[in-house]
Design a protein around this ligand. Structure first.
Ligand SMILES: Cc1cc2nc3c(=O)[nH]c(=O)nc-3n(C[C@H](O)[C@H](O)[C@H](O)COP(=O)(O)OP(=O)(O)OC[C@H]3O[C@@H](n4cnc5c(N)ncnc54)[C@H](O)[C@@H]3O)c2cc1C
Length: 401
């Protein structure tokens, strides 16, 4: 029987596994294996809420065993150590070696530190659930220490892209102007790559929430309690959060031709340039749009690429590969949340900011929960965001329903 191995159960990997499972796995026409280092799927696009303490880890995770129920997909919880595309073999940390006929690599990304001295050692990033909970704990600690000393804590966020803006907004809501938050962004404005109007709106909303925005300056070096900015200034910090970029997965870059940022080079059907029996999707791939322009690593792109791969696996060999539409890289738009009450975005010709855009963003998240059949998180209960009790360092949240 044909053996299809999928590595990584994030947005791209889970989509491929569930879709192939429904067609091939359930009928027993292929043996489909999904390997992930955790037994749960993470709603990564919602991790900033865990980092800020406005959501619990259980709200942003779902059991993979439940999500794969009745798909015929076999789940292996183990860490991928290496891939040998010549031998068509995947090596797992537990010692198992998996053979495959087709391989789908969806191992996500790692943090890009751009070689800035001291940054890796002294910052925290939103890399996975562990990263989010580490941020939450550290922020809680520094806030408590600062309050005991009768001063404000200073949280510096490096990077004012989507992740940095969402993190700043959520933290600003949680700390309710009781402490200082500064976003440092090298580009001349926030949300680089998005329409200028959205960047301006993001700056306006964050400023209203008490966040200081420093654009046009980068981080040159990081010491124990100060960052050296490209302007020559030194900025003190209590906690430094890094949201300044991602790079591919080194395991992928070791096994397949990749760009300088460890993202695998792929063709229009997301196949490795060197190994056409291997598909590489999501943040791990250097995907291009129909005009050959690089596609930003997003969950939206990961899902669209997964759909192309599913069709290609199902139909290539039956039809000419050209019968399967290649990945277009077309964006459906952008939605950004800035704390639990404000949002902004652009869908088609319409763009704007405010509460309605936040509701659209929430609806989009819920749509994804429903799409994968998640039974926890916000699909199971409605929650209200309660303001934290910053004096005690705790925060209270109320569940309705
Ligand atoms: C705070 C935040 C907000 C975001 N907001 C948005 C948004 O609003 N919209 C949007 O489109 N995108 C957003 N993104 C980006 C989006 O989350 C990523 O682009 C997306 O998660 C990429 O999907 P993926 O499947 O490639 O990787 P991931 O979802 O990261 O999945 C990778 C999987 O591989 C597993 N894995 C990794 N290494 C190994 C290993 N060695 N062995 C076994 N398993 C392994 C991981 O545990 C994980 O399950 C946001 C990101 C962050 C951090």
């Amino acid at each position: 029987m044909r053996k299809i191995v999928i590595l990584g159960a994030g947005y791209a990997g889970l989509e491929v596994a569930r879709s192939l499972g429904r067609v091939l796995g359930r009928t027993g026409s292929a043996h489909i294996l999904l390997v992930n280092d955790k037994e749960y799927h993470v709603f990564t696009t919602e991790l900033h809420k865990v980092a800020a303490g406005t959501a619990e880890p259980a709200d942003v995770t779902a059991s993979l065993a439940d999500l794969l129920d009745e798909t015929g997909v076999e789940l292996i919880v183990d860490r991928v150590e290496g891939i040998d595309p010549e031998r068509r073999a995947v090596e797992l940390a537990g010692g198992t070696v998996l053979a495959y006929d087709r391989l789908v690599v969806a191992l996500g990304s790692t943090t890009e530190y751009w070689g800035i001295p001291g940054l890796r050692e002294r910052s925290l990033s939103l890399n996975g659930l562990e990263g989010a909970t580490a941020i939450r704990e550290r922020v809680r600690e520094v806030v408590q220490r600062a309050e005991e000393a009768g001063r404000q804590a200073h949280i510096v966020i490096g990077g004012g892209g989507l992740t940095g803006v969402e993190l700043a907004g959520e933290l600003a809501f949680r700390l309710a102007k009781g402490h200082r938050i500064t976003v440092v962004e090298l580009a001349p404005n926030l949300l680089v790559g998005q329409p200028e109007r959205l960047s301006r709106e993001a700056e306006r909303i964050l400023a209203q929430m008490g966040v200081t925005i420093r654009t046009g300056v980068g981080l040159n070096a990081v010491d124990e309690d100060t960052v050296l900015l490209s302007s020559g200034e030194r900025m003190d910090y209590d906690v430094l959060l890094w949201a300044g970029g991602v790079r591919g997965n080194p395991i992928v870059a070791k096994a397949f031709p990749a760009d300088t940022r460890d993202r695998a080079i792929v063709d229009s059907w997301m196949r490795s340039e060197a190994y056409p029996d291997v598909y590489i999707v999501g943040d791990a791939a250097a995907a291009k749009d129909a005009d050959g322009k690089p596609v930003a690593p997003t969950a939206q792109a990961a899902l669209a690429q997964a759909e192309v791969v599913v069709k290609h696996i199902l139909y290539a060999g039956v039809q000419e590969e050209q019968a399967v539409a290649p990945y277009s890289g077309r964006s459906k738009g952008v939605l950004v949340s800035i704390g639990p009450k404000q949002g902004l975005g652009k869908i088609g010709a319409f763009g704007g900011s405010g509460r309605v855009w936040k509701l659209l963003k929430d609806a989009n998240d819920i749509r994804y929960h429903l799409r994968i059949g998640a039974r926890n998180g916000r699909t199971r209960r409605r929650e209200t965001h309660a303001r934290p009790n910053t004096e005690s360092g705790r925060h209270d949240r109320a569940h309705t329903a």
